[in-house]
Design a protein around this ligand. Structure first.
Ligand SMILES: [Zn+2]
Length: 117
């Protein structure tokens, strides 16, 4: 595995981790313990107490919850990739073969080759 590519992806992964944590963090519309996955939750919005307002609140909350969960999942993948870089197993597919360099360039947190994705 190309050392330069690993170093480059490490930078990308660290930046992505910082970005995701900032979006998920306490300064945003989420609340939670900061642990993940499953610990961040969007704040429930208060649009009003009419029936249609309550319905909009629910829709808004569910959309945000889905987005939050996707970001948490990404964060777990990014963390796992950073750990593999530390362990020296980065670039290995979960099935044991090598992940294509082009794929790692496009998706630094990839843990499978194209065939096994
Ligand atoms: Zn594979």
């Amino acid at each position: 595995m190309d050392k330069q590519l690993i170093e480059q992806n490490r930078e990308k992964l660290l930046a992505e981790k910082k970005r995701l944590r900032a979006i998920l963090g306490f300064d945003s519309d989420n609340e939670g313990t900061g642990a993940y996955p499953g610990e961040y939750k969007p704040r429930f919005p208060e649009f009003g107490s009419k029936e249609d307002e309550n319905a909009s609140e629910m829709t808004f909350y569910e959309t945000n919850l889905a987005v939050t969960q996707d970001m948490e999942k990404k964060l777990v993948k990014v963390d796992s990739a950073l750990k593999r870089i530390e362990d020296g197993t980065y670039g290995k597919c979960v099935k044991g073969d090598d992940i294509e360099e082009g794929r790692l360039l496009a998706i630094p947190e990839a843990d499978t080759c194209i065939e096994h994705s």
